[in-house]
Design a protein around this ligand. Structure first.
Ligand SMILES: NC(=O)C1=CN([C@@H]2O[C@H](COP(=O)(O)OP(=O)(O)OC[C@H]3O[C@@H](n4cnc5c(N)ncnc54)[C@H](O)[C@@H]3O)[C@@H](O)[C@H]2O)C=CC1
Ligand SMILES: O=C(O)C(=O)Cc1ccc(O)cc1
Length: 426
């Protein structure tokens, strides 16, 4: 363990401060010092149990299976069907069905079920978790999760919170994918007795606080990297402050925009433009999951909503008083901030590897293109017929998982009679 690695969170929740990012950068640099390291030795987990095999849990299992990780992956779920499916696909290595017996073998447990299920699950498995097993989670809220864990485990096991900033509005094992976390930030949160992230703290105080040793943090950090994510250390409080504004309030706003279509929303929905689609995609997320998230981050959501209301009032006043200058300034500032999203984030969220193939909308055309790809071993992510041709150069949109698949497809199409062009903004 490197005791020089220090990563304290900013007390004022100023998560964007240089101080904080420098500390995280230092930690990252330190952890990546030896590029030739043996990743399995660094991680040092042999039996990873994932509780909840949905979008996130399933994606973690698939990402691990696709990685150099050589240990076992056990899937634990309230859905036997999902476990059977994951097992049949070779994604998990379960050799028995008994939940408690599987837990007994784990040296890392990842809670990947809805956060409202954590308390019941932890109470149920607590006496079966090996003393040296590390516990983590993927929940979208962190302070309340740390409190629940501390309340139930009472210091019996080490816990590090986790939250991948990757996902979608879809749920379930069926939509999970190995590359979900690629280039996405993955927050790690450590609770210490003075509520600061303190990666150098190695002593266990014996209090009810759950304190993870920095060795645990390093192991988990490497695991996140193995998943393709970018680990980022932060305090639970700073995390909740940030995601209330970057993720939870946007979800609420998406739902508000849909509701604001008004009484005739079911009619208007047929005429929406790209802007509405972009701004409301996440409103299609699982209502139960989001009900939990918004309730679990109550104080931060309420504070973010105050800011939203005040901005709404400001805009209303400007429109009412025909303050076009003020309105323009407000919109310009928003535009500049939005355009400032770092390129790597825009790429990881928006980047799609797709080609528009200029074909006639007629029977057999999908089979023809799909067959061509299959014959040449090019994996297709999705395929879609675009019926509205305005602004769109071709009628068949073919999505690929990787840039190299896209490049191969281009070469192939160049040798056929298909005209193609690259993805445009829909
Ligand atoms: N959906 C998203 O985009 C993201 C979600 N998260 C967090 O990940 C967690 C899981 O979310 P998703 O994977 O999206 O949900 P999901 O609905 O796709 O998967 C949840 C899984 O948990 C299982 N489950 C439910 N109760 C259980 C129990 N008592 N014991 C064992 N398994 C149980 C369900 O069968 C289901 O397979 C949530 O805590 C959420 O806050 C984090 C980042 C992104
Ligand atoms: O679909 C999207 O754009 C998301 O932002 C997914 C998401 C949902 C919940 C999280 O806690 C983190 C990420």
């Amino acid at each position: 363990m490197n005791n020089e690695v220090k990563a304290k969170s900013d007390k004022n929740s100023d998560v964007n401060s240089d101080k904080n990012s420098n500390k995280n950068r230092d930690l990252n640099r330190d952890l990546n010092r030896d590029l030739n390291r043996d990743i399995n030795k660094d991680i040092n987990f042999e039996n990873i149990g994932i509780i909840g095999l949905g979008l996130i849990g399933g994606s973690i299992a698939k990402a691990l299976k696709n990685s150099p990780y050589t240990g076992k992956i056990f899937g634990l779920s309230n859905s036997t069907k999902t476990v059977q499916k994951a097992h049949a696909e070779g994604v998990i290595d379960n050799d028995q069905n008994d939940f408690h017996e599987i837990v007994k073998k784990c040296d890392l447990i990842i809670l990947a079920s809805p956060i409202c299920t954590y308390a019941k699950i932890l109470k149920d498995i607590k006496n079966h978790i090996p003393p040296d097993c590390l516990i983590t989670d993927v929940g979208s809220v962190k302070s309340s999760v740390h409190a629940t864990v501390a309340d139930i485990l009472k210091g019996s096991h080490r816990f590090i919170g986790g939250h991948p900033m990757a996902g979608s509005e879809k749920s379930g094992y069926e939509v999970s994918k190995a590359h979900l976390f690629e280039n996405a930030y993955y927050f790690l949160t450590v609770q210490t007795e003075d509520k600061e992230v303190n990666a150098v703290k190695e002593d266990m105080t014996g209090s009810n606080e759950i304190i993870a040793s920095d060795n645990d943090l390093h192991r988990l950090w490497h695991l996140v990297e193995l998943l393709g994510g970018k680990p980022h250390l932060i305090s639970p409080e700073a995390h909740d402050h940030m995601v209330a504004r970057t993720s939870h309030l946007p979800h609420l706003c998406a739902a508000l925009l849909v509701q604001s279509l008004g009484e005739s929303k079911n009619d208007l929905i047929h005429f929406v433009g790209g802007g509405f689609r972009d701004a409301t995609r996440i409103a299609a997320g699982d209502p139960k999951l989001w009900r939990d998230i918004l309730s679990a981050n109550k104080s931060q959501i309420l504070s973010a909503m105050e800011d939203l209301l005040s901005n709404l009032e400001k805009c209303k006043a400007m429109i009412m008083s025909e303050d076009t200058r003020g309105l323009e300034t407000f919109l310009t500032e928003s535009k500049l901030v939005r355009e400032g999203i770092p390129k790597h984030l825009v790429d990881s969220y928006d980047k799609e590897y797709a080609l528009y193939i200029d074909v006639k909308d007629q029977p057999g055309v999908i089979a023809k293109v799909a067959g061509l790809m299959a014959d040449n071993d090019i994996n297709i992510k999705d395929i879609e017929i675009i019926h509205a041709r305005e602004h769109i150069p071709g009628v068949l949109k073919v999505g690929y998982y990787t840039d190299s698949a896209l490049q191969n497809a281009k070469l192939l199409f160049n040798h056929t009679l298909f005209n193609w062009s690259e993805a445009c903004n829909l």
